[in-house]
Ligand binder design. Structure first.
Ligand SMILES: O=C(O)c1ccccc1NCC(=O)[C@H](O)[C@H](O)COP(=O)(O)O
Length: 274
């Protein structure tokens, strides 16, 4: 059994319990359910965007505890001030130490920044939760879903006004699950069986993703030079968690990477580092 199998088995139990406790009719009454979601894609592909999706992540199966002290509102506000284009907030508790309250607090603290609900979506109920908790974007992981499930979930997300980040690890996943209802394609550099990360995965797949989709490289990114190489290869966005969260000041770590990254782009008008 892989870690992903374990996560998904646990997620099925959790989703069944949540549906009982808060049916969709209850979620639909929550104030943020009526909110018009922001476009993560525009935020990432905008002219003066750093493309960074900055993640709030307390722990992970591969690293254990990363940061169990950080305050979600302060950290995400710091991320935005330092140049994050989009925020990613884990809502999985057992494996990542995240909660729905984290997402809601990040939403309240950052009304103008798109937020990704970072979780393992296996049921359309979780899309209603994402909307009710203030997310703009959801993650669909190709290795956890059939192509038919990706289709159904991405179309339902679209109906709710949410954008979709499809995560793939290889050519087969990409070819089988890429469809018009996807907004952004993320290539995960982390092998979820061995936990090793290699940006070669991103470099190998980038040209296979049609330009009609936003292209995101995910995991194991720690320095501006690597980001710049991936940018030159064709990526618009960078999902980064641990490199920021493992420091005492995650926003300062983001600011430092932004300074270095944008200095490599002579035409970039940097309003984040002055
Ligand atoms: O991070 C893990 O250990 C992990 C294990 C199993 C499934 C998913 C996992 N990570 C989710 C992610 O996609 C990362 O949190 C995200 O890409 C940021 O990665 P990093 O910058 O390396 O923290």
């Amino acid at each position: 059994m892989t870690i992903l199998d374990e996560i998904i088995a646990q997620k099925r139990i959790e989703v069944a319990q949540r549906k009982e406790a808060s049916p969709v009719s209850v979620l639909e009454q929550m104030p943020d359910f009526k909110r018009h979601p922001l476009s993560a894609r525009e935020a990432i592909q905008g002219l003066h965007s750093t493309g960074i999706i900055a993640e709030f992540k307390r722990k992970s199966p591969s690293k254990g505890i990363i940061n169990d002290q950080a305050d979600v509102a302060l950290t995400t506000q710091g991320y935005v001030a330092a140049g994050a284009a989009v925020l990613s907030v884990l809502t999985d508790e057992p494996f990542f130490g995240g909660t729905p309250a984290d997402l809601q607090a990040a939403r309240l603290a950052n009304p103008s920044t798109p937020i990704l609900r970072k979780d393992f979506v296996i049921d359309e109920y979780q899309l209603f939760e994402a909307k009710a908790w203030g997310a703009d974007l959801v993650l669909l992981i190709a290795s956890c879903l059939t192509p038919a499930e990706v289709k159904a979930l991405s179309e339902q997300a679209q109906n709710l006004g949410l954008q979709v980040l499809l995560e793939v690890h290889d050519e087969d996943e990409l070819d089988q699950t890429l469809m018009h209802s996807i907004d952004l394609v993320g290539v995960n550099n982390r092998n979820l069986k061995t936990f090793t990360t290699s940006i070669d995965t991103s470099l190998r797949l980038v040209d296979r993703i049609p330009d009609t989709f936003g292209k995101i490289t995910e995991s194991g990114l720690h320095d501006a030079e690597t980001m710049f190489n991936l940018f030159r290869a064709g990526f618009d966005g960078f999902l980064i968690g641990e490199a920021f969260m493992k420091t005492a000041d995650p926003a300062a770590a983001l600011r430092s990477i932004v300074t270095d990254f944008t200095s490599r782009m002579p035409t970039f008008e940097n309003s984040f580092t002055s």
